[in-house]
Design a protein around this ligand. Sequence first.
Ligand code: MLC
Ligand code: AMP
Length: 511
Amino acid sequence: MNANLYALLQSRFCLNRSQTALETASGSIYSYAMLEDMTARYAGFISALGVVPGDRIAVQVEKSPEALFLYLACLQSGAVFLPLNSAYQEVEVDYFLGDATPKVVLHQPKSDSWMRALCGKHQIAHRYMLSDDSDTENQQGRHSWHENASKASPMLEIVHRDHDDLAAILYTSGTTGRSKGAMITHKNLASNALTLHAYWGFKPGDILLHALPIFHVHGLFVACHTALLNASKMIFHSKFDVKQAIEVLPRATVFMGVPTMYVRLLSDATFAKETCANMRLFVSGSAPLLAETFHAFLERTGHVILERYGMTETGMITSNPLGGDRRGGTVGLPLPGVALRVVDDDGRACVAGDIGGLQVKGDNVLPGYWQMPDKNKEEFTNDGYFKTGDIGKIDVDGYVTIVGRARDLVISGGYNVYPKEIEMLLDEIVGVAESAVIGLPHADFGEAVAAVLVRKPGATLAEPDILAAIKGKLAAFKLPKRIFVVDDLPRNAMGKVQKNELRKRYADTFR
Ligand code: MLC
Ligand code: AMP
């Protein structure tokens, strides 16, 4: 049997190729027949470039139908898809390309000069541009992906892949500041997609409003896979725009978003019960949904948001039920086929209701990190459980609550930001003795990044100068939204910086 995920997806939508697959904000329509044809042409071109199964294709482009076809083409041709957030800067991308050694790089026209240099540096054989504007000159020329790949001979087969072959590598930052490539197999993706499709009761006629980015798990795997498995139409918005979302929601039945998107919908006075007339399911995840958002949404729309929990390395782990009790403040129950346990500091299983580290095992869990055997030993237990780094509890009736994170991690608007990565850059600035980066409560983003700096004797540190010094070296969403300068940082008896103290001290900054 061919375990290629594309074979599974295609077996569902080939039954009705005339059905609309994608409708963009500007009104362009793509049927499943067009999606399949473009995917096959892109796959044909990938193969003609000499890419063989297992080769990596790095992709840093804005969301567009073509970007989705490209992902599917990587699956069809057996290549390993390596998506990169379009906000990542040259320094960040340099590391990913050096680590993953892709054979092909696709990028946005605006990154032309530095991508050209990076591809030279890392001796990457093929470089193409993919623009999200369909009729500009960016779509033409020797380096235009669309111009070249859309004319290629379609690949007729779906390249054979085994369950454990890699489908994608997704980089996640780390507490040491060094990113790790999470290796995701065809089995990981297929098992999670099938589970979610059934658990969330997808049915004929469902229409998904898709407004998430497609370079992370939530938008690419959770949202696209469930819709494709259902041969559903996706109303495919390149970005989340609250006005646009409210305009099309009456035609949709399912929406998936991060909590910030729910906060923004509620902050718009025109968002009302009627907006949701056809909706059957609102899913939230990637960051904690505040109780006040959960209740305000229910009051305004009559809909109980279904919160689920997952991560890049594992896909989705738990979900509130479709039919049963959706409990605000919890992330629901372990999904079918997913084993979840809570352990204490010594790795012993906790009893129901006790708080500890969450560990997970199942077909959804990654086999390991790209070329990091030591990390794999650290992150997995001897009996094969993956340590999520999240702290939580499982109640007697199976409901899971996330109460914190063992990792020093900020989640801002659904994006993960690792303080260490920013602290390393801040510490290099002349006049900075040391730094501590923290997450503070933020009405829109849930948490926002802030930095506390200690100045060297005699130095003056101005907020704009500090920001200017690190801007361009980090994706903009990682930049501190406030910088505080202090004489020293609070420390415990062991000399460790007490970030909790700092979080308390500056708690009202963004409120
Ligand atoms: C944008 N900005 C952010 C930000 N997003 N700052 C902090 N946190 C964020 N999440 C900054 C930009 O850099 C910019 O700064 C300014 O805000 C406006 O940018 P924008 O592009 O107009 O932002 P906007 O479109 O409003 O984006 C907000 C958002 C977006 C919430 C819609 O961040 C988003 O789509 N988030 C979803 C992330 C996601 O998909 N996560 C899933 C990961 S998978 P400036 O200074 O340049 O003006 C995962 C597993 C799981 O976690 O369980 O799902
Ligand atoms: P990422 O590495 O981007 O995949 O982010 C995964 C992390 O997001 C998890 O380890 C959790 O800390 C967090 N997360 C995802 N969903 C939820 C949720 N519903 N509630 C709280 N935290 C969540």
